[in-house]
Write a protein that binds this ligand. Structure first.
Ligand code: KIV
Ligand code: NA
Length: 261
């Protein structure tokens, strides 16, 4: 899977799925299921490291997860999220961080949050040959400025988001994530851009859809409204680990077939 395949999918009007991944075994399952693009999101801050926002996670925290996903997959395009504080100050910072994800972890592309305020960063990365995915709407690294996790782009600010999306495309972004924006705005942005939009809480008109894998698999205790639960892994795992505990306590496990003579 390459950024050229992604561009071709939009031309053909084909929708595609993206999921997050943070480890090799999970990445292998998604890769073999044909998921074309995997994101090593800074959502790892919450779902891997247990923080209550994405802000605390560092480049050094995310690099080994990205390397693991690259090792676990053979076909998917692996996108690395640039964490809070690692790219905002200057295009030079953005290039140094992105280069680490590509050289040390083998990422194929990077994602960063923001619109016109990060255009110099995107332009430098693109000129250096690094495919860049944009991210607009509810950009979680700005949660403190937003005053919480709330829908973005309602009313007048929809025009701002549209202008940001066009600016990202013009700067050379190969795709744009739209998070928690009204479905009609996402539809208009998707129609206006020649690069694909990837929705999360952005309605059905986006060119692609992304979910955090723990959300779609039912591991997250209180998922957002935009999540559809495709499995109940929390329930399955609870059931399985209780059965294991019971078998150990009662002496049922290990049985002879699990033992060496
Ligand atoms: O970090 C993440 O998982 C993301 C996606 C939800 C788009 O940025
Ligand atoms: Na993210």
């Amino acid at each position: 899977m390459t950024v050229r395949d992604i561009a071709a999918a939009k031309e053909r009007g084909e929708k595609w799925p993206m999921v997050t991944a943070y480890d090799a075994m999970t990445a292998k399952v998604f890769d073999e299921a044909g998921i074309p693009v995997m994101l090593v999101g800074d959502s790892a801050a919450m779902v891997v490291y247990g923080y209550d926002s994405t802000l605390p996670v560092s480049v050094d925290d995310l690099l080994p997860l990205t390397a693991a996903v690259v090792r676990g997959s053979s076909r998917a395009l692996v996108v690395a999220d640039l964490p809070f504080g690692s790219y905002q100050a200057s295009p030079g910072d953005a290039l140094a961080t992105a280069a680490r994800f590509m050289k040390e972890a083998g990422a194929h592309a990077v994602k960063l949050e923001g619109g016109r305020r990060v255009l110099p960063q995107i332009e430098l990365l693109v000129s250096a040959g690094i495919p860049v995915m944009g991210h607009l709407g509810l950009t979680p690294q700005s949660v403190n400025a937003f005053g919480g996790y709330r829908v973005q782009g309602r009313g007048q600010s929809g025009d701002e988001l549209m202008a940001d999306a066009k600016a990202l495309e013009h700067a050379g972004a190969f795709a744009v994530v739209l998070e928690c924006v009204p479905a009609d705005l996402a539809a208009r942005v998707s129609a206006a851009l020649s690069v694909p939009t990837i929705g999360i809480g952005a309605g059905p008109s986006c060119d692609a859809q992304v979910l955090v894998w723990q959300d779609l698999m039912g591991l997250t205790p209180h998922p957002a409204k935009f999540v559809k639960k495709y499995a109940d892994l929390a329930g399955e795992m609870d059931h399985a680990v209780r059965a294991f505990a019971h078998d150990v306590v009662s002496g049922v496990f290990p049985a002879p077939e699990h033992s060496y003579s």
